[in-house]
Ligand binder design. Structure first.
Ligand code: SF4
Length: 361
């Protein structure tokens, strides 16, 4: 008698799914898990090792820290260096090297950089420090952006004018569309991000699906969820009938969460954004609307950062597009380790290189 949650971890069900995958799969397939949380779950549960050798799982551009542009890290470093600023950030960003320094490096030199677990902690810090400008490093996808929007609305309602964000927020569907247009990218199916789809719904992925007719399955993060998605992608490839499937109905509605999207759209609008390794993608970023400019750190501090080069030899961009595996980067394990990361894919707990390092040795 398994509980509802235990079902999704049940080894017997997982074994049966693996057997079905092996039975049905007759051809080489390259399947991309778009989301960093999926990447970690796949490594943690050893899913790669139970799949047939014909199935290659690729990590995609769905870890927000991994896709952050070098110039955005440089902007955070510049903000951290200002004596009038308290910079607040999630922990994953601290060790990402910018062109000249990282936030951890600046903190070690005395900058007031504080790790927070929620943007609302940053708002509290702003209230406690009215003489300082408190900036939050806003780095997230659709999953996180509604909460950031909620915090900006709270700052407006409560008149917390010393609070601002520097937005490096990004949207998932435009990145997938950009991937499909990139030369050399070969993907036979997408394992789509369940957390993002909770907000966007399945509907947000229809335009890409309609255009490229690539098998696509939204799923959750337990072993059974992932194996079930792989099975569905195998079946679609074998039958040559691509579909967009919601295999995570316990969390994802086709229409997503319209209330969360309404808050997001009230505060943010789309803009072109620079993705590490991928380049500029039209309408893939979310910046504050004009009515919220006073909470925009880039405007408040007149930051206009030049595009800076990514670290020499770092293949994060190619890894995020499924063009390389982490161990094919010449710096992997030599110059680049979790203790001394060269690129964000080795820093983030959801990064492909960090996952590969932790679980593949
Ligand atoms: Fe970049 Fe390090 Fe990954 Fe190579 S191993 S791609 S240098 S993060």
């Amino acid at each position: 008698n398994l509980t509802y949650n235990q079902v999704f971890k049940d080894p017997e069900i997982s074994k049966a799914l693996v057997a079905r995958i092996r039975e049905k799969n007759t051809r080489p397939l390259r399947l991309m898990e778009v989301c960093g949380t999926h990447t970690m779950a796949i490594f943690r549960y050893g899913i790669r090792s139970v799949l047939p050798e014909t199935i290659t799982l690729l990590s995609g551009p769905g870890c927000p820290v991994c896709v952050i542009a070098q110039k955005d890290i440089d902007a955070y470093v510049m903000l951290a260096r200002r004596p009038d600023v308290i910079l607040t950030t999630f922990g994953d960003l601290m060790k990402v090297p910018g062109s000249v320094s990282s936030l951890a490096g600046e903190k070690a030199k005395g900058a007031d950089v504080r790790m927070v677990y929620s943007i609302f902690d940053a708002l509290a810090i702003a209230k406690e420090n009215p003489d300082k400008a408190v900036v939050f490093c806003a780095v997230g996808f659709e999953t996180t952006i509604p909460t950031i929007a909620g915090a900006v609305l709270t700052a407006q309602t409560q008149g917390i004018d010393n609070f601002s964000i520097y937005s490096a927020n990004k949207l998932t569907p435009p990145a997938l569309a950009a991937l499909m247009k990139t030369a050399g990218v070969e993907i036979d199916g997408f394992i789509l991000p369940g957390h993002v789809a909770v907000i966007t719904g399945l509907d947000a992925f229809y335009p890409i699906f309609e255009k490229y007719r690539i098998p696509s399955v939204v799923t959750g993060f337990e072993p059974m969820d992932i194996l079930n998605a792989v099975l569905k992608l195998v079946e679609q490839n074998e039958s040559k009938i691509p579909r967009l499937v919601n295999a995570y109905p316990r969390a994802v509605a086709d229409a997503g969460n319209p209330k969360a999207r309404a808050i997001m759209d009230q505060v943010f609008e789309t803009a072109d954004a620079l993705w590490r390794g991928i380049g500029h993608i039209p309408d893939s970023g979310m910046v504050l609307r004009e009515s919220f400019y006073k909470f925009d750190a880039a405007k408040k501090f007149e930051l206009s950062m030049p595009d800076t080069r990514e670290p020499a030899g770092c293949d994060c961009g190619r890894i995020l597009m499924g063009l390389k595996r982490p161990d094919q980067c010449r710096l992997y394990k030599k110059n680049c380790t979790p203790m001394h990361p060269v690129g964000p894919c080795m820093v983030s707990s959801e990064g492909a290189c960090a996952a590969f390092y932790k679980y593949s040795g």
